[in-house]
Design a protein around this ligand. Structure first.
Ligand code: MN
Length: 197
Protein backbone atom coordinates (compact mmCIF):
# COMPACT_ATOMS: atom_id res chain seq x y z
CA UNK A 1 0.00 0.00 0.00
CA UNK A 2 1.08 3.59 -0.50
CA UNK A 3 0.67 6.62 1.72
CA UNK A 4 -1.74 9.43 0.87
CA UNK A 5 -1.85 12.91 2.39
CA UNK A 6 -5.33 13.23 3.94
CA UNK A 7 -7.30 16.45 3.53
CA UNK A 8 -7.57 18.40 6.77
CA UNK A 9 -10.96 17.66 8.41
CA UNK A 10 -11.56 21.43 8.87
CA UNK A 11 -10.93 24.64 6.91
CA UNK A 12 -7.32 25.79 7.13
CA UNK A 13 -8.28 29.01 8.93
CA UNK A 14 -10.89 27.41 11.20
CA UNK A 15 -8.58 26.82 14.19
CA UNK A 16 -7.22 30.38 14.40
CA UNK A 17 -6.09 32.02 16.58
CA UNK A 18 -5.17 28.81 18.46
CA UNK A 19 -3.55 27.24 15.40
CA UNK A 20 -3.05 29.57 12.46
CA UNK A 21 -3.55 28.90 8.77
CA UNK A 22 0.17 29.65 8.36
CA UNK A 23 1.08 26.88 10.81
CA UNK A 24 -1.22 24.45 8.97
CA UNK A 25 0.21 25.50 5.59
CA UNK A 26 3.67 24.45 6.75
CA UNK A 27 2.72 21.59 9.06
CA UNK A 28 0.24 19.80 6.81
CA UNK A 29 1.30 21.10 3.39
CA UNK A 30 5.09 20.87 3.83
CA UNK A 31 6.08 18.69 6.81
CA UNK A 32 3.38 16.01 6.60
CA UNK A 33 3.50 16.02 2.81
CA UNK A 34 7.27 15.41 2.92
CA UNK A 35 6.77 12.32 5.13
CA UNK A 36 4.23 10.99 2.60
CA UNK A 37 6.53 11.59 -0.38
CA UNK A 38 9.64 10.15 1.28
CA UNK A 39 7.68 7.27 2.82
CA UNK A 40 6.34 6.26 -0.60
CA UNK A 41 9.84 6.36 -2.10
CA UNK A 42 11.12 4.05 0.65
CA UNK A 43 8.06 1.77 0.54
CA UNK A 44 8.54 1.22 -3.19
CA UNK A 45 11.79 -0.61 -2.39
CA UNK A 46 10.86 -2.19 0.93
CA UNK A 47 8.37 -4.85 -0.18
CA UNK A 48 6.17 -4.53 2.92
CA UNK A 49 2.58 -5.68 2.67
CA UNK A 50 -0.26 -4.56 4.92
CA UNK A 51 -4.02 -4.16 4.60
CA UNK A 52 -4.23 -0.90 6.53
CA UNK A 53 -2.06 1.91 7.85
CA UNK A 54 -1.94 0.59 11.43
CA UNK A 55 -0.52 -2.75 10.26
CA UNK A 56 1.91 -0.98 7.92
CA UNK A 57 3.24 1.08 10.87
CA UNK A 58 3.78 -2.13 12.88
CA UNK A 59 5.59 -3.76 9.93
CA UNK A 60 7.72 -0.66 9.32
CA UNK A 61 8.71 -0.59 13.01
CA UNK A 62 10.41 -3.98 12.55
CA UNK A 63 12.54 -2.44 9.77
CA UNK A 64 13.13 0.82 11.63
CA UNK A 65 15.29 3.59 10.23
CA UNK A 66 14.05 6.12 7.69
CA UNK A 67 11.22 3.84 6.55
CA UNK A 68 9.66 3.73 10.01
CA UNK A 69 10.36 7.42 10.62
CA UNK A 70 8.36 8.46 7.55
CA UNK A 71 5.55 5.90 7.81
CA UNK A 72 5.24 6.54 11.57
CA UNK A 73 5.13 10.29 11.07
CA UNK A 74 2.41 9.87 8.42
CA UNK A 75 0.32 7.82 10.87
CA UNK A 76 0.95 10.22 13.77
CA UNK A 77 0.08 13.33 11.76
CA UNK A 78 -3.05 11.79 10.19
CA UNK A 79 -4.19 10.88 13.72
CA UNK A 80 -3.30 14.34 15.05
CA UNK A 81 -5.46 16.22 12.49
CA UNK A 82 -8.48 14.22 13.66
CA UNK A 83 -7.72 15.23 17.26
CA UNK A 84 -8.38 18.89 16.36
CA UNK A 85 -11.75 20.59 15.95
CA UNK A 86 -12.91 24.20 15.54
CA UNK A 87 -15.65 23.29 18.06
CA UNK A 88 -13.31 21.37 20.36
CA UNK A 89 -11.61 21.96 23.67
CA UNK A 90 -12.69 22.08 27.28
CA UNK A 91 -13.98 19.34 29.54
CA UNK A 92 -14.56 15.94 27.92
CA UNK A 93 -17.95 14.64 26.89
CA UNK A 94 -19.29 11.11 26.42
CA UNK A 95 -17.73 7.91 27.77
CA UNK A 96 -14.21 9.33 27.85
CA UNK A 97 -15.24 11.78 30.62
CA UNK A 98 -16.01 9.00 33.11
CA UNK A 99 -12.92 7.01 32.08
CA UNK A 100 -10.67 10.03 32.65
CA UNK A 101 -12.19 10.56 36.11
CA UNK A 102 -11.70 6.86 36.91
CA UNK A 103 -8.09 6.59 35.70
CA UNK A 104 -6.69 10.05 36.53
CA UNK A 105 -8.89 11.22 39.43
CA UNK A 106 -10.37 14.22 37.64
CA UNK A 107 -10.15 16.11 34.35
CA UNK A 108 -7.86 18.68 36.04
CA UNK A 109 -5.50 15.90 37.12
CA UNK A 110 -5.52 14.46 33.58
CA UNK A 111 -4.80 17.91 32.15
CA UNK A 112 -1.81 18.44 34.46
CA UNK A 113 -0.38 15.02 33.57
CA UNK A 114 -0.94 15.45 29.81
CA UNK A 115 0.72 18.90 29.74
CA UNK A 116 3.58 17.68 31.95
CA UNK A 117 4.08 14.73 29.58
CA UNK A 118 4.29 17.00 26.56
CA UNK A 119 6.59 19.47 28.29
CA UNK A 120 8.75 16.60 29.57
CA UNK A 121 9.33 15.06 26.14
CA UNK A 122 12.89 16.27 25.53
CA UNK A 123 13.36 17.35 21.92
CA UNK A 124 10.91 16.28 19.22
CA UNK A 125 8.01 13.93 19.83
CA UNK A 126 4.42 13.40 20.83
CA UNK A 127 2.24 13.17 23.95
CA UNK A 128 -0.60 10.67 23.84
CA UNK A 129 -3.62 9.53 25.78
CA UNK A 130 -3.63 5.78 25.16
CA UNK A 131 -5.53 2.72 26.40
CA UNK A 132 -3.18 0.08 27.79
CA UNK A 133 -4.85 -3.17 28.86
CA UNK A 134 -8.11 -1.42 29.72
CA UNK A 135 -6.50 1.51 31.54
CA UNK A 136 -5.96 5.01 30.18
CA UNK A 137 -2.50 6.47 30.55
CA UNK A 138 -0.33 9.34 29.33
CA UNK A 139 2.47 8.17 27.03
CA UNK A 140 5.21 10.33 25.54
CA UNK A 141 7.10 9.17 22.47
CA UNK A 142 10.19 10.50 20.69
CA UNK A 143 10.44 11.40 17.00
CA UNK A 144 8.09 9.10 15.00
CA UNK A 145 7.29 6.57 17.74
CA UNK A 146 3.71 5.67 18.60
CA UNK A 147 2.10 3.61 21.41
CA UNK A 148 0.46 1.57 18.62
CA UNK A 149 3.66 -0.48 18.23
CA UNK A 150 3.70 -1.21 22.00
CA UNK A 151 0.28 -2.88 21.88
CA UNK A 152 -1.68 0.14 23.11
CA UNK A 153 -4.68 1.86 21.50
CA UNK A 154 -4.06 5.57 20.80
CA UNK A 155 -6.97 7.76 22.00
CA UNK A 156 -5.58 11.29 21.52
CA UNK A 157 -2.29 12.90 20.55
CA UNK A 158 -0.65 16.31 20.52
CA UNK A 159 2.40 16.96 18.34
CA UNK A 160 5.19 18.59 20.38
CA UNK A 161 7.73 18.93 17.56
CA UNK A 162 8.63 22.64 17.38
CA UNK A 163 7.12 22.86 13.87
CA UNK A 164 3.70 22.26 15.48
CA UNK A 165 3.71 25.44 17.55
CA UNK A 166 6.67 27.74 16.87
CA UNK A 167 4.86 30.17 14.51
CA UNK A 168 1.94 30.63 16.95
CA UNK A 169 3.57 30.15 20.36
CA UNK A 170 7.34 30.49 19.73
CA UNK A 171 9.10 28.58 22.54
CA UNK A 172 6.02 28.36 24.81
CA UNK A 173 5.28 24.63 24.52
CA UNK A 174 3.32 24.55 27.83
CA UNK A 175 0.95 27.25 26.50
CA UNK A 176 0.49 25.34 23.23
CA UNK A 177 -0.41 22.16 25.14
CA UNK A 178 -2.83 24.06 27.39
CA UNK A 179 -4.45 25.68 24.36
CA UNK A 180 -4.75 22.30 22.60
CA UNK A 181 -6.82 21.02 25.54
CA UNK A 182 -8.77 24.25 26.17
CA UNK A 183 -9.59 25.17 22.57
CA UNK A 184 -9.01 22.39 20.05
CA UNK A 185 -9.18 18.83 21.38
CA UNK A 186 -11.83 16.70 19.63
CA UNK A 187 -13.47 14.55 22.30
CA UNK A 188 -15.78 12.94 19.72
CA UNK A 189 -12.70 11.41 18.05
CA UNK A 190 -11.38 10.30 21.47
CA UNK A 191 -14.70 8.55 22.13
CA UNK A 192 -14.54 6.78 18.73
CA UNK A 193 -11.06 5.46 19.61
CA UNK A 194 -12.10 4.49 23.14
CA UNK A 195 -14.91 2.37 21.67
CA UNK A 196 -12.27 0.34 19.74
CA UNK A 197 -9.94 -0.13 22.74
MN1 MN B 1 4.36 17.52 13.13
Amino acid sequence: MSLELPALPFAKDALAPHMSAETLDFHHGKHHNAYVTKGNELLADAGLSADNLEDLVKEAKKTGGALFNNVGQHYNHSFFWSCLSPNGGGAPTGDIAARIDADFGSYDDFKKEFVAGGVGQFGSGWVWLAADGGKLKIVKTANADTPLTDGMTPILVCDVWEHAYYLDFQNRRPDFLGSFLDNLVNWDFANENLAKA
